[in-house]
Design a protein around this ligand. Sequence first.
Ligand code: MG
Length: 204
Amino acid sequence: MDKLTIDNFKEMLRNALVCVTERSDEFSKLDAVLGDGDHGTAIVQSMSALVATADKGTEFKSMLNDMSFSLMLEISGSTSTLLGGFFLGMSDHAAGTELDAAGVKAMFAGGLAGVRKQTKAQQGDKTMMDALIPAVGAIQACDSADVKAILAAGAEAALKGAEATVDMKANFGRARNYGERSIGYADSGASSWSCMFDAFAKAL
Ligand SMILES: [Mg+2]
């Protein structure tokens, strides 16, 4: 497919909600290794809010902007803040009702820039950035003009990135205090963001 329409994008979000809901217990259990065990609930609540706002959207820029602001107003916590930054960053680099391959790449690059405004975590710190940074990198590097192929490349890189967090020691935020205990488990946020990218690709 050479264009991503706004309806395609809404379908991607709805599929992401289905995916994170199915795996919600797994995300909470992973979060409980290093934190408070609420990540499954937080990601499902956040994706639900995003889908509800997106359903009213008629144009990429305003829809993405509205999604971000209503999410951050409705739900507090880091999951909401990071997803809010992602969709707000996307809104800075998307407009109209359909995007071509270059437009999709620019939108996802904007999403990563938006998340970077909310966290200083780097790749290797065992956070959702370990899924997001490779996913956006693979999206940029994909030389296909097929939007589905571009998103599939992002999903594959996100999955590999999330799997790589199993062997990492937490190096960011409160999770740092757990040191060696964090090794052997995937990061909950990297897992849920990789689930989201996988659902994006499979929705098309
Ligand atoms: Mg938590």
